[in-house]
Write a new protein. Structure first.
Length: 119
């Protein structure tokens, strides 16, 4: 009975398998943890490049030092920026939103990596 299961006749040739094929216990490809980490690295790199390009091409005037005057001509006046409660609250809300979003993303990434490691 075993010879019938593992013996194959193809075109006059006879092949006999020494043992039955077995399925692998864990996949070798794709390396999910590696792909996730590679995605984070490429995402951070692309974000850094985008910020660098954006900052280098920005021509807005935000401070008195950003104004280009001819040589020897002094700055006549500048209006200082004074933050009020609304500005401070908006800044805290924006910072809190960034912290919350990145914390959630980090938790999800760690959970995916841990679950992939336990498979």
């Amino acid at each position: 009975m075993l010879d019938e299961l593992y013996t194959v006749d193809v075109g006059g040739e006879r092949f006999t398998l020494l043992r039955a094929p077995s399925a692998p216990k864990s996949p070798v490809y794709p390396n999910r943890v590696g792909l996730i980490l590679l995605g984070f690295i490429f995402g951070a790199a692309m974000a850094g490049i985008a910020v660098a390009i954006s900052e280098s091409t920005d021509r807005n005037i935000r401070t008195a030092r950003d104004v280009e005057l001819p040589d020897g001509v002094p700055m006549l006046a500048s209006i200082p920026f004074i933050r009020n409660k609304r500005d401070r609250r908006g800044r805290v809300l924006k910072l809190g939103s960034f912290v919350a979003a990145y914390s959630i993303a980090l938790c999800v990434a760690v959970a995916v990596i841990v679950s992939a490691a336990h498979r």
